[in-house]
Design a protein around this ligand. Structure first.
Ligand code: 4AZ
Length: 261
């Protein structure tokens, strides 16, 4: 994904990523999601992953109702709807725990163009209901969850470092939220209305390829969706997440309609 983003972005991010690689190239590959730890799906039972027509895990997602899964728009659009699968209740990819369900409908935020322009959010309607519990979405009174410095947790099945191996099992990592002004200093395309950043100034802990679409959590609430970054876990380069509070009311309204309650 990142490669695609870089390609699409052209000059702006090429310059940026050049700088990033120069500063952190020595660290790349040394740090094992990056810098996290193996976790039990029991602690994140709403965490799911998306598979393509060949059953390859390529993104994450979050159960938000018995029949709906939140993910990134770029994940939802990466695979034809008829080829898209959602794996629920499976911590270890090689196991046959849980189930794989199909997708009947894909909603993508109307303004979505590419991750760097924001609105990187989608809701998949599953072809059958699942028993995994729904994660909590933010309410407008939840602004405090976005306070810079707040420790957030990102979970997923993504790579252990940029272009590195996939762990094959669920991992989680803790990353502090970064202020909007700091993040716009790092990324010229950062948009505080639709994105939020998280990461340690020193790098070493981050979401990485394959984590896209998965949740960023504070106190059990999904405050973000893994969206983009420049590499993984590079110093001074936070991960960028879709700002869930911007979309929560719309998503909730849609859930109410589709579940009929
Ligand atoms: C990706 O390619 C990706 N470090 C997701 C998140 C980040 C980098 C890459 C953030 O899906």
């Amino acid at each position: 994904m990142l490669t695609n983003i870089r390609r699409r972005l052209g000059v702006a991010l090429t310059v940026l990523s050049g700088a990033v690689c120069a500063s952190a190239g020595h660290a790349a590959g040394m740090q094992p999601i990056v810098g996290g730890e193996s976790v039990s799906l029991e602690d994140y039972p709403y965490a799911v992953y998306l598979v393509d027509d060949r059953g390859n895990q390529y993104c994450g997602g979050t159960v938000i109702s018995a029949t709906e899964v939140l993910t990134a728009a770029h994940c939802a659009l990466a695979v034809r709807e008829s080829d898209l699968g959602v794996v629920v209740g499976r911590e270890r990819i090689a196991s046959n725990q849980g189930e794989e369900v199909g997708v009947d409908d894909v909603w993508v935020a109307p303004g979505y163009r590419d991750p760097l322009s924001g609105d990187d959010i989608a809701v998949l309607t599953l072809s059958e209901s699942v028993s995994a519990p729904a994660a909590r979405l933010p309410r407008s009174s939840d602004d405090h969850l976005y306070e810079p410095g707040t420790m957030a947790t990102v979970v997923g099945w993504g790579r252990l470092f940029e272009n590195g191996p996939k762990p094959g099992s669920l991992r989680a990592a803790d990353v502090p939220l970064v202020s909007d002004s700091e993040c716009s200093d790092v990324f010229r395309s950062f948009d505080a209305d639709t994105m939020v950043c998280a990461g340690h100034e020193s790098g070493g802990v981050d979401a990485c390829q394959g984590d896209s679409g998965g949740p960023l959590l504070v106190d059990g609430t999904v405050i973000g969706i893994v969206s983009w970054g420049a590499g993984c876990a590079e110093p001074g380069t936070p991960g960028v997440y879709t700002r869930m509070s911007t979309y929560a009311d719309d998503v909730r309204a849609d859930l109410v309609r589709s579940t009929g309650d």
